[in-house]
Design a protein around this ligand. Sequence first.
Ligand code: NAD
Length: 441
Amino acid sequence: MKKFSVVIAGGGSTFTPGIVMMMLDNMERFPIGELVLYDNDEERQAQLGQALKILLKEQAPALKFSYTTDPKEAFTDKDFCMAHIRVGKYEMREKDEKIPLRHGVIGQETCGPGGIAYGMRSITGMLEIIDYMEEYSPDCWMLNYSNPASIVAEACRVLRPESKVLNICDMPVGTLRRMSQIINKQPEELEVRYFGLNHFGWWTSVKDKEGHEYIDQIKDYVSENGYLTKVEVDTQHMDQSWQDTHKKAKDLLAVNPSYLPNTYLKYYLYPDYEVANSNEKFTRANEVMDGREKEVFTAARNIIEKGTAVDSGFHIDSHASFIVDLARAIAFNTHERMLMIVENNGAIANFPDDAMVEVPCIVGNNGPEPLTQGKIPAFEHAMMFQQLTVEKLVVEAYIEGSYQKLWQALTLSKTIPSAKVAKDILDDLITANSEYWPELT
Ligand code: NAD
């Protein structure tokens, strides 16, 4: 069987060790001959790179492994690029979260003003790595899970329409694991129907392969407990703030009992609750910096000091195996059914063709083919169209350097109460992002 050459863009990411170990665990399904880490932060990546070198020498000596900040070295002769970059790192995420909170508005990584600020930074970084990939490996596919995925996907649609970039999110995968636990099944036994934008959608059906529908049973459970499960099924969404989020799904379902909600809808449906329960001094960015980031980099230092990765503290990120499923679908034309972020083109019948929507797709070696989800009701349509317009305005503001359009984007966000508050937040965000955003006039 062919062995694939893979580059991980964002090699210094807190997710890199877990994803590398997950790929090792899946070598029989997706064999890798060469793995390169690429990052533009040499020091950060070197810590993980050195530790992984020791680990891979012990666990997969035949795998050719390296890490580099040189794009040519990283991207030459690659079959797949797994992309998880965070432009501005946690330092900027903290600002994305804290600046809006100062104005009484939710501060969140991908939703509301924080997501807009992060989107304006991510577009530049994403275009950069797409261009490297196309220059050095024109046949390579990029499997992108860098956030904010909706804005990144829209920017790719407009600015790199021919590029082989597939945008995917782990949140529906994580929630499906919770649903499967609720009905005592395995996630791979289930098939869903779903419509939405990224971090903004609803499940309309959860069936087993024989066609038995479980959505009512799951709704009964969620109406009492949210997606909090008795036995924990997730390896990633476990911190206290995530437990609160899983629980809050109960209140999301109460607003719209027809479908099962994506948990991120809480930022749009209950922004007042979210602000009241946020701590302006300690946000999710602080939680990750004190938690996952510290743990991963401490584990790396220990491996380097000891010279061995035995009992290392790096753990397999089994929840990320959807990335291997996606790579396999492309490499082996498996026709895997997965939720992907794709251009609508009729998949949601009464929604614009040029919207980047999240729907089930059949993925083969031509990429994802969306499955039609029919027409959607007015409530969901109105919410989605408002959010879609926000995302489109952000990308237009980036391209045109337009202050006006970015102000409109913030004003239209359901998370912000008025044009005045939107302008105040925007002006603070511009100052904070001077190193990263295009100049806005
Ligand atoms: P992190 O800050 O730990 O790592 C990101 C890395 O990207 C850093 O080492 C940084 O130096 C690097 N980077 C930034 N700009 C770059 C560029 N232009 N070129 C190369 N490297 C660059 O962040 P993290 O928490 O590990 O998250 C990484 C990304 O993965 C984020 O975008 C996050 O939102 C995303 N994520 C996505 C999902 C999903 O399923 N969609 C799930 C989890 C995390």
